[in-house]
Write a protein that binds this ligand. Structure first.
Ligand SMILES: *Cc1c(COP(=O)(O)O)cnc(C)c1O
Length: 352
């Protein structure tokens, strides 16, 4: 007789440790750095890969009230977690189905064009947000369109614009600030909002009534002057699934790109590029052992596995866990991906 199937899968050999205290502290710190403005939170893309249904209650518990997602489907995932009136959808209403969803739920659409302003009014109108393009040429109304009667008739809660280069000290920041202030004088609104994480550090003029940090909540440091304020939140951890003893001349992994110089104890770790640990880490990545030992990556990253040098951690055994070195500013400098990519890449196989 076949054995009964287990009903639930055993725990994954891959987990994302999310430091809830660090996440809450980062929001509190960014809220304090926002001066008289309140900090909201950009929680699009599954809270930058952390897992939005876990992250949002932590942020709300710290005091955050305003949440921004990109897609309507992302708002749908949060309806039982956040009051819908505190949720904004940045992509705005593109289709009739989007508008119907906004009307049915009370989630706020961000109006990004005159045609969206008209469609929203024709559907019955009501509170919305308005995105103004101040020079990024991504989403939002150009300033020239702000005098359109359909725009002036909107009931705007948050009048927002988005900074293109707040992580640099460049003239574009002040140009965008001036255009956003101009828009604020022309369009009636309740709260003005401009700054993302980096923009918070540009000074009080950039704060308005509401800031919209994303990256820095999750441990990213987009500007040097934010370092020291922000704690690491995300730690990818993987189990060693096999130990091998290699001899001089043995090669590791696809295409034999690494040959061991002498006897070496190595560990096969359950994390690969399908998990967002990309091949760009080759010759640059490392795992950290339980005592903080530096365990360099050897050879290519495979889809589901990586191989590390265990020389400095002779006691690590099969089934033990190691952690990818993932301090975001350092990791980005090492591997060439952006801090945003390092977060949003983290795949679905992590136990979160
Ligand atoms: C993603 C996003 C943010 C957050 O930006 P960070 O750089 O991650 O702080 C704020 N506002 C808008 C419109 C966004 O798209």
């Amino acid at each position: 007789m076949p054995a009964e199937r287990p009903v639930t899968a055993p725990p994954a050999a891959l987990r994302l440790h999310v430091d809830a205290d660090a996440l809450a502290d980062n929001w509190r710190r960014l809220n304090a750095l926002s001066g008289s403005a309140r900090a909201g939170a950009a929680v699009k893309a599954d809270a930058y890969g952390l897992g939005v249904r876990a992250a949002v209650p932590i942020l709300a518990g710290a005091g955050c009230a305003d949440f921004f997602v990109a897609h309507w489907g992302e708002a749908a995932e949060l309806l039982d977690v956040v009051p819908p009136a505190n949720l904004s959808v940045l992509h705005g209403p593109l289709t009739a189905a989007d508008i119907a969803f906004a009307r049915a739920t009370g989630v706020r659409p961000v109006i990004n064009s005159v045609s969206q302003a008209r469609a929203w009014a024709e559907s019955g109108g009501g509170i919305c947000d308005l995105m103004v393009d101040t020079g990024m040429n991504r989403l939002g109304l150009p300033l020239a369109a702000l005098d359109d009667p359909s725009v002036l008739a909107l009931k705007v809660d948050v009048l927002l614009s988005h900074l293109a280069s707040a992580d640099e000290d460049v003239a574009q920041n002040a140009r965008q600030l001036a255009l956003w202030q101009d828009a604020g004088r022309r369009v009636p609104h309740r709260r003005a909002s401009l700054a993302n994480s980096a923009g918070i550090m540009l000074g009080a003029a950039y704060h308005g009534a509401l800031t919209r940090p994303g990256l820095a909540l999750y441990g990213g440091v987009p500007r040097a002057d934010l370092a020291g304020h922000i704690r690491q939140v995300v730690r990818p951890q993987a189990a060693i699934i096999q130990i091998r003893h290699l001899q001089a001349g043995d090669a590791v992994g696809y295409n034999a790109t690494f040959t061991v110089p002498g006897p070496m104890r190595v560990g096969v770790v359950s994390i690969g590029y399908a998990d967002g640990y990309l091949r760009c880490w080759q010759a640059k990545g490392a795992m950290v052992g339980q005592g903080g030992e530096h365990l360099p990556l050897l050879g290519r990253v495979s889809m589901d596995m990586s191989v590390i040098d265990l020389t400095r951690a002779p006691d690590l055994a099969e089934g033990d866990w190691v952690e990818a070195a993932y301090n975001l500013p350092e990791a980005a400098a090492a591997c060439g991906l952006s801090q945003y990519e390092l977060l949003t890449l983290l795949g679905r196989r992590f136990a979160r």
